[in-house]
Design a protein around this ligand. Structure first.
Ligand SMILES: Nc1ncnc2c1ncn2[C@@H]1O[C@H](COP(=O)(O)OP(=O)(O)O)[C@@H](O)[C@H]1O
Ligand SMILES: [Mg+2]
Length: 159
């Protein structure tokens, strides 16, 4: 009988599974670039957004940077789900938890800032009684856009 050869990943995988089960709460959703879990410590308050590795688009980092850059623009920031912290390499972002909208109908008659562009209802949620965007990695919000933004009809309200 030959000796069983264990690779590094054989050793890491059970540890990783135990770590995940301990550190991650409920799976709340997933998109093209992230999977999103509640934080077990304060599940109603925070989520962990875990970046998929394949795309190399760094959506967590982009969201975090946008949030930081808008520090002096509270009116614009009020439309974004707050970011709390990010891991050193950007793969894990801690963000305030939003409540999901029920569907497209929740957007009827709702205006959103023009710097968000067209927003699919799945990228919006409720936070502290207002609608916010929780997926703003693509928004590339320049400073000049938030200085004087307008509320506009969201063309995605019908699809
Ligand atoms: N802050 C949040 N609070 C609650 N659920 C969220 C939050 N952010 C994302 N989600 C859920 O996770 C899904 C995927 O997150 P999202 O930011 O859209 O990732 P992606 O960039 O991959 O599209 C969302 O559609 C939503 O259901
Ligand atoms: Mg999304």
């Amino acid at each position: 009988m030959g000796r069983r050869i264990e690779t590094f990943s054989d050793l890491v995988q059970p540890f990783q599974e135990e770590f995940n089960a301990f550190m991650l709460g409920e799976l709340l959703g997933s998109g093209e670039s992230r999977v999103v879990y509640s934080c077990p410590c304060e599940p109603d308050k925070w989520v962990y957004k875990i970046e998929r590795d394949q795309l190399h688009e760094f959506h967590n980092v982009r969201e975090w940077t946008t949030w930081q850059q808008l520090e002096d623009y509270p009116d614009a920031r009020a439309w974004l789900a707050p970011c709390d912290s990010i891991s050193k390499g950007g793969k894990i972002l801690r963000m305030a938890r939003t409540e999901p909208l029920n569907g497209i109908d929740d957007l009827k008659g709702i205006k959103i800032p023009n710097f968000l562009g067209d927003c699919h209802w799945g990228n919006l949620g409720r936070f502290e009684g207002r609608i916010v965007c929780h997926d703003y990695a693509y928004s590339r919000i320049p400073e000049r856009a938030v200085k004087r933004f307008r509320l506009v009809k969201n063309d995605r309200e019908t699809g």
